[in-house]
Design a protein around this ligand. Structure first.
Ligand SMILES: *Cc1c(COP(=O)(O)O)cnc(C)c1O
Length: 341
């Protein structure tokens, strides 16, 4: 496969148009058979439900070139399931799991020239999404929908090694009890934009959201789940109905237990306890783990013992093992790697 003429090493996390995307439309109660297209534009009514009432959900995942030259996607079945759950919560029709997996495969295969080579640190980011497409002005769900997947090559998240970040405890809330915090919907991001721009203006990289009911327990950031390590080497990750179930976090929990023999606690994590942890990381598809060096709570600084120069030792082991599995250097658990033939 002749690769596109792209300087893979200098790519950032931005949209780069690729040759093909997959589109399927839902009309009269069913999904059409779907197809690849070269058309990157979407033309909709000005009154489409997505514009008026934000009826849209999305996913994010990556295709990689492994050490032995295969093209693989990491656990797309979990993205398919999560997108079904997201859609149902916004009163949208589910895009069937088998069709989702087929669409992922078609999209990657059609864009093989944009899958970055092994060792470049870059990957092909896949963005499945779905939206209500017909005009809706009285508040109700749309009758027609579009499901689409595009692909865009993205650079290594950390150029020149992972540098720990500084985050702040945020006064804004991300997710209400019994709300939509557990689904991957644009609406959760729209309302976090003010808080993240404010955080950046104040010199912080991310927001730590607390539970909005009691404001005492750690939830997540705007787009990544927390993983902590205790001083005696246990992995602790917040459990809550209002955080998004990160596939990276669930995979790291498995790696911690089954590959590294670590004890893992998935439970409520009071913010009070954070000052006692040895390491902290943010888990998500984009970076796998971003190490956190400092957490600032209204001027009170919590400096993680792992410091501001590098990942903590346990975080590093988790990171190296999971990326090793993704890149084919370490044997993956059954079903984690979908090979694109
Ligand atoms: C996507 C997302 C994550 C990370 O999930 P992954 O499946 O690991 O990429 C975490 N939190 C929120 C709010 C998200 O939208």
């Amino acid at each position: 496969m002749e690769k596109k003429n792209i300087d893979w090493g200098s790519l950032g996390f931005g949209y780069v148009k690729t040759d093909y995307r997959y589109v399927s439309n839902f009309k009269n109660g069913s999904w059409d058979e779907g197809a690849l297209t070269t058309d990157d534009q979407i033309t909709l009514s000005e009154c489409a439900c997505v514009f008026q009432y934000a009826q849209t959900v999305f996913e994010g995942m990556k295709a990689y070139t492994t050490e032995d030259g295969r093209t693989v996607v990491f656990r797309p079945d979990l993205n398919a399931e999560r997108m079904v759950n997201s859609a149902l919560r916004l009163q949208m029709p589910a895009f069937p799991k088998e069709r989702f997996l087929d669409a992922v495969e078609q999209t990657v295969r059609a864009n093989l020239n944009a899958v970055p080579p092994y060792g470049s640190g870059a990957t092909l980011y896949l963005r499945p999404f779905m939206f209500g497409s017909n005009p809706v002005i009285g508040v109700k769900p749309a009758d027609e929908y579009q499901f689409r997947i595009f692909a865009t090559p993205v650079g290594p998240y950390f150029k020149g090694g992972a540098k720990p970040i500084t985050i702040r405890v945020c006064d804004y809330d991300r997710a209400a009890p019994n709300g939509t915090g557990h689904i991957k919907a644009g609406l959760n991001y729209a309302m976090s934009l003010y808080a993240i721009v404010d955080a950046h203006n104040q010199g912080y990289d991310e927001n730590m959201y607390l539970d909005s009911k009691t404001r005492t327990n750690v939830e997540e950031t705007g787009g990544a789940n927390f993983l902590f390590v205790t001083k005696d080497g246990k992995v602790v990750t917040p459990k809550s109905d209002t955080i998004l179930p990160s596939i990276t976090r669930r995979s790291l929990v498995h790696v911690a237990k089954e590959y590294l023999g670590l004890e893992v606690e998935e439970r409520v994590v009071p913010f009070e306890e954070v000052k006692d942890f040895a390491e902290c990381g943010l888990c998500g598809t984009a970076a796998v783990i971003s190490p956190v060096g400092k957490i600032v709570d209204h001027g009170k600084e919590i400096c993680l013992p792992s410091g501001m120069n590098e990942m903590g030792p346990v975080t590093k082991k988790l990171y190296d093992t999971l990326t090793g599995i993704q890149m084919g250097r370490i044997e993956a658990p059954e079903g984690w790697i979908k090979v694109i033939e």
